[in-house]
Design a protein around this ligand. Structure first.
Ligand code: HEM
Length: 408
């Protein structure tokens, strides 16, 4: 009830202002309705993904996250430009991996800029590691792009941002009129791609990454039952009308990988111990179809085997048997260095924090003197956290300046 009263009070206080959702842009701000029939949620992509032989969704093969800062203060005019630019992308590419999937997401500095930090569904990132010292980053926004066709990513970026002075093609309305690109994360996931990038620093020259491996560490990830569903990660309005409902939150963490120990000091069995659990064998792992069974015995494994696996630790964060995160991470060689851009979607940043802490596994140190914050503790010995940032992913209708109210 209190939330409702507060909500009403803020509406009254803002008489004469209106939010810039697509419906108001269409009406009050003079735009036509979006002619494309696309999912209401920007993060609803599973329905168009290809499936592997076991029915698991296959992530698009190429990824880019363009990190953006606003060049001008939010306004109805700016929102129109942003919305028109995004509709131009939607007209140019089909909403499927053979075309282009995209999300325009908004970071904590944007919510500060519009004076709505307290209302924002996200909080600034924090360091959850005792051994790493990641940059805690904030960007006004980011454009998340993915496709099976690498040239679609490049072309979408240049038509959305370049002003055409160099003679290249551009859209009539461009994100470049509103934002500056301040950074870019790129990467890939899928059979054959890690092996193709095996010359990156962090991977030993004689590492035998299997041709079929979708990830540098040699395993596949994202089996259907290890993921939260798109419905479960969507912010629900609950009994009050939450202006951010229908969206989700996004965490973006960059990890560098140092895989000489992974490939040289560990054999196949030991890699399975670290990635999954010490009671599983490589044969077990190759028999997984849509789920990763786990014994729910992390502390017992620490005491008996002096090693714990990544999967069994993060699975401790499940609620009612379901994972809290929908992971859409990918490998990278940004900076010439092997790594992972961990990109996860969840209803609340708290869900990410709970899972990230479960990955630390600090509690198992009590059960084994050989397990440290990094050693024999899942995959932590082989990865270093470089940077972390949080974003809000609005529903498509609210993707231009979510939460901002403009004068009519
Ligand atoms: C940086 C490198 C990482 C690699 C290579 C990696 C790899 C994997 C693999 C192979 C699996 C099991 C198979 C599957 O996904 O179906 C898995 C599961 C999982 N990982 Fe990671 N992961 C990484 C980082 C993270 C981080 C940073 C988090 C969260 C903070 C995380 C959370 C999870 C979760 C929630 C699951 C599923 C657990 C469940 O079934 O309940 N991972 N990961």
């Amino acid at each position: 009830m209190l939330r409702r009263v507060v909500g009403l009070a803020s509406t009254v206080g803002l008489a004469g202002c209106t939010s810039l959702s697509a419906s108001t842009l269409d009406g009050d701000f003079g735009m036509e309705p979006n002619p494309r029939d696309l999912p209401a949620r920007q993060h609803a992509q599973d329905a168009v993904l290809r499936r592997d032989g076991d029915g698991n969704p296959i992530a698009p093969r190429h990824h880019a996250v363009l990190l953006l800062d606003l060049d001008r203060e939010p306004s109805a005019e700016g929102a129109r430009t942003v919305e028109r630019a995004m509709r131009a992308v939607e007209a140019a590419y089909e909403w499927r991996p053979e075309g282009l999937l995209h999300m325009l997401v908004w970071g904590t500095p944007y919510f500060e800029r519009i004076g709505r930090s307290n209302a924002a569904p996200i909080s600034p990132p924090e360091n959850h590691s005792r051994t790493d010292d990641p940059r805690l980053e904030g960007f006004d926004a980011a454009l998340v792009l993915s496709s099976d066709v690498p040239s679609h990513l490049q072309r979408a970026e240049s038509t959305l941002f370049d002003d055409g002075e160099g003679g290249g093609e551009t859209f009539d309305h461009r994100l470049g009129e509103v934002f500056t690109r301040v950074g870019k994360r790129t990467g890939f996931i899928g059979s054959g791609l890690p092996r193709k990038h095996a010359e990156a620093e962090g991977i030993p020259t004689d590492a035998e990454i299997p041709e079929s491996s979708p990830m540098f560490m040699g395993f596949r990830s994202g089996l259907a039952e290890t993921q939260a569903s798109e419905d479960d990660i969507t912010i629900s309005g609950g009994w009050f009308d939450d202006e951010f409902a229908g969206g989700t939150t996004m965490n973006l963490t960059h990890f560098q990988q140092s895989l000489s120990g992974w490939f040289e000091a560990l054999d196949d069995d030991e890699r399975v111990d670290r990635m999954f659990a010490p009671d599983l064998t490589p044969e077990d792992v190759s028999s997984f179809t849509q789920s990763v069974p786990f014994a729910d015995a992390v502390r017992e494994h620490a005491a008996e085997h002096d090693v714990v696996g990544h999967h069994e630790k993060v699975a401790q964060a499940r609620e009612d048997g379901d994972p809290l995160l929908l992971r859409r991470d990918f490998n990278t060689v940004d900076g010439g260095r092997a790594g992972v851009h961990f990109l996860s979607l969840q209803a609340s940043i708290d869900d990410f924090v709970k899972t990230r802490r479960a990955m630390n596994g600090w509690y198992v140190r009590d059960d084994s003197p050989r397990i440290t914050d990094r050693e024999r503790n899942g995959i932590l010995e082989f990865i270093t956290e470089v940077s972390v940032a949080n974003f809000y992913v609005p529903p498509r209708s609210d993707r231009a300046f979510p939460g901002f109210r403009a004068d009519r």
